[in-house]
Design a protein around this ligand. Structure first.
Ligand code: ADP
Ligand code: ADP
Length: 226
C-alpha cells in the first residue's frame, strides 16, 4: 500500500482547454477517496493523470515517496478498473487474470495462488475457463476487479466501474466493493457520479468543479445541508 499525493496538479489539453488546475490532495495509506462533480469537471482527466494515461501539464503525482510524472503506467504499481471492463475477448477468464502477472514474469505457482485467491474473493471460480462473452455484465466487472486485485498493487483507480450495470446489479456490486475495501484496505481513488456509491464507499469525498477542488470531506460533511 502507499499514499498518493497530488501537488498543484494541472492539465491543459492541446488546443488550450484547462481541464484540471491547482489540485492538492493527500490520500493516506489505505484511504478510499471518491471523486465526484458534474460532467466535464475533470474527474476522468485527473484519474488518467494518476494512472499515467494522460500527460501532466503542471505539478506532480507522488505514489509513496516516488514522483511518477514520467513513469510508465505499468511501473507505477497501481491497477485501474474501467467502466467498459477492458477484458481481452480471446482469452479465458483465467488468462485474463494471469496476463499482467505473466508479463511481469511472476512465477507460475505465485500466479496460480493469486488467481485462485482473487477468484475466491470475487466468487468467479466457476467461470475461470469461460471467455468474457459468455459472462454477464456483473461477472465481467468482477473479472475486471480480479485482474486489478491479482496485481496486489499499491493503489486502485476506479473509473465509474459500475456505470454500465443495471440498477439492481449496481447495488450488489457497490456492496461487494465495500467488502473488498474492508478486506484489502488498498489505497483507492474512485470516480463516480452516483451519490449512493460516493456515500457508501468514501472515507473522504473530493468535489471537483471546473477542474478545481471545491470541497474535501467525509460524506457527512460534504452532503450535510446547511
Ligand atoms: P469528467 O470526467 O468530469 O466528465 P473530463 O476530465 O472528461 O471530465 O473533461 C474535463 C474537460 O476537459 C472537459 O471540458 C472536456 O471537454 C475536456 N477534455 C477531456 N478530454 C479531452 C481531450 N482529450 N482533449 C481536449 N479536451 C478534453
Ligand atoms: P467521461 O466524462 O466519462 O470521461 P466523455 O464523454 O467526457 O466521458 O469523454 C470520453 C472520451 O473522450 C475521453 O477519453 C475524453 O478524454 C475524450 N474527450 C472528452 N472531451 C473531449 C474533447 N473536448 N476533445 C477531445 N476528446 C475529448
Amino acid at each position: 500500500m502507499a499514499s498518493i499525493t497530488l501537488n498543484n496538479l494541472g492539465k491543459v489539453y492541446p488546443g488550450g482547454t484547462r481541464a484540471v488546475g491547482d489540485v492538492n490532495i493527500d490520500i493516506a495509506d489505505g484511504e478510499f477517496i471518491v471523486l465526484v462533480g458534474p460532467s466535464g469537471c475533470g474527474k476522468s482527466t485527473l484519474l488518467r493523470m494518476v494512472a499515467g494515461l494522460e500527460n501532466i501539464t503542471d505539478g506532480e503525482v507522488r505514489i509513496g515517496e516516488r514522483v511518477v510524472n514520467q513513469v510508465e503506467p505499468a511501473d507505477r504499481d497501481i491497477a485501474m478498473v474501467f467502466q467498459n471492463y477492458a477484458l481481452y475477448p480471446h482469452m479465458s477468464v483465467r488468462q485474463n487474470l494471469a496476463y499482467g502477472l505473466k508479463n511481469r514474469r511472476t512465477p507460475k505457482a505465485e500466479i496460480d495462488r493469486r488467481v485462485n485467491e482473487a477468484a475466491e474473493i470475487l466468487q468467479i471460480g466457476q467461470f475461470l475457463d469461460r471467455k468474457p462473452r459468455a459472462l454477464s455484465g456483473g461477472q465481467r466487472q468482477r473479472v475486471a476487479m480480479g485482474r486489478a486485485i491479482v496485481r496486489e498493487p499499491a493503489a486502485f483507480l476506479f473509473d465509474e466501474p459500475l456505470s454500465n450495470l443495471d440498477a439492481k446489479l449496481r447495488v450488489a456490486m457497490r456492496l461487494e466493493i465495500k467488502e473488498l475495501q474492508k478486506r484489502l484496505r488498498t489505497t483507492s481513488l474512485y470516480v463516480t457520479h452516483d451519490q449512493l456509491e460516493a456515500m457508501t464507499l468514501a472515507d473522504r469525498l473530493v468535489v471537483l468543479n471546473g477542474g478545481k477542488v471545491e470541497q474535501i470531506g467525509t460524506p457527512l460533511e460534504v452532503y450535510r445541508r446547511p
